[in-house]
Design a protein around this ligand. Sequence first.
Ligand code: DGP
Length: 112
Amino acid sequence: MSSCIFCKIVAGQIPAAVVLETSDAVAFRDINAQAPHHYLVIPRKHVEAIKDLEDADQALAGALLLAARDVARQQGLDSYRLVVNTGPDAGQTVFHIHVHVLGGRGFAWPPG
Ligand code: DGP
């Protein structure tokens, strides 16, 4: 989608610190890191949020989780948190699915 900032990162139109690329996904450092390790794993395909995934996106959904696993492995993280904010009330600010991979510190539960 032409106005989507994450589509522009996928297309290489704006820079990002990319750490992993697969046929389905791209992972890069979050510009506003909330932990010593903070990456975003996004699908190449524009889908606004988890709630917009279709049953036919099963492989894509799995590919995102596996890419998140691989980013964590590559970065030497054994304990980490994955977060997928879905909708404004949950804190989603960029409307292109992204899995946050957070690590390098402890995390509280329940989340804020
Ligand atoms: P969320 O609040 O869950 O929608 O997370 C969006 C994240 O995206 C937020 O942590 C900051 C990050 N972000 C927004 N714009 C950019 C950008 O242009 N580059 C990078 N690397 N991260 C971005």
